[in-house]
Design a protein. Structure first.
Length: 262
């Protein structure tokens, strides 16, 4: 247990001052800002008439100036954009050791290889959840600043529940990226994998089979696929959890048994 705590502490120290930390918060924070822009457009009829492209986008999304639409947009941003941002976080945490040439230093430490990876996974999970909470808090501040009407009784709880469940699903499906980071020994392989999953998740979801493709499930659950959310069932969540578990076990197995030549 003491070794595990030391490994976690080391991971926190390594990532605490990394520039990429703030870059992820800035990139992920674009969603509540865009939601605020949509609300401003809706609240100002004259601005709505002048912004043809954004106005059309707002109307196509059935976006309204209320908390239900705003938090719904933030949830969709986690389910779709989170796959990319969380994937980038995982790529950084697990791939930086190879890019910076410190992987061999880790392997030579008198600490269990499994504990080292577990520390990285813990930092990954915490980092992603803090990103989601920061987005929600930023959205709440923007909504209060724009004086959105108070939500109806009983509507806020299910909205927040959907938001955090979507976050959990997106975090889980990012676990296999760790394997590609240590297998590819850097950032290129995991980032390429993230890009492929984003493309295929959109294509497969559009065909109606997204409920069985694990990387489509967070987006569908968030509501970004509209009526396709109704296709999600117990098999969908089982597939996602098994994919996440397989990614974790594959990462541990490869890290412990592969010939680390770099």
């Amino acid at each position: 247990m003491k070794q595990q705590l030391h490994a976690i502490q080391a991971e926190f120290l390594k990532n605490r001052y990394a520039n990429i930390l703030w870059a992820t918060f800035i990139a992920f924070g674009l969603a509540p800002i865009m939601g605020g822009v949509f609300i401003l457009i809706i609240q100002d009829p004259e601005a709505l008439a002048k912004t043809g492209g954004l106005a059309a986008k707002t109307q196509a999304m059935n976006f309204e100036a209320n908390w239900k639409s705003y938090i719904g947009l933030l949830t969709q941003a986690v389910g779709v954009g989170g796959v990319m941002v969380f994937g980038f976080v995982a790529s950084w945490i697990f791939g930086r050791e190879y890019s910076e040439g410190t992987a061999k230093d880790l392997l030579s430490l008198p600490t269990s290889r499994t504990k080292i990876l577990n520390a990285k996974f813990m930092v990954y999970v915490l980092w992603c959840f803090v990103l989601s909470v920061s987005n929600l808090l930023l959205g709440l501040l923007i909504g209060l600043f724009l004086q959105l009407p108070a939500p109806e009784a009983g509507i806020l709880s299910p909205l927040l529940s959907d938001y955090f469940i979507t976050t959990l699903l997106t975090v889980l499906i990012g676990v296999p990226i760790a394997f590609f980071a240590i297998w590819g020994k850097g950032y290129l392989a995991p980032l390429g994998f993230v890009a492929l999953t984003l493309v295929f998740s959109q294509i497969i979801a559009a065909t109606g089979y997204g409920s069985y493709f694990p990387w489509s499930i967070p987006g569908l659950y968030s509501g970004s696929g509209g009526e396709y959310k109704m296709l999600l069932d117990s098999w969908s969540y089982t597939i996602l959890i098994l994919t996440s578990l397989a990614g974790y076990l594959a990462t541990i197995f490869y890290w412990k048994n592969a010939d680390q030549t770099k």
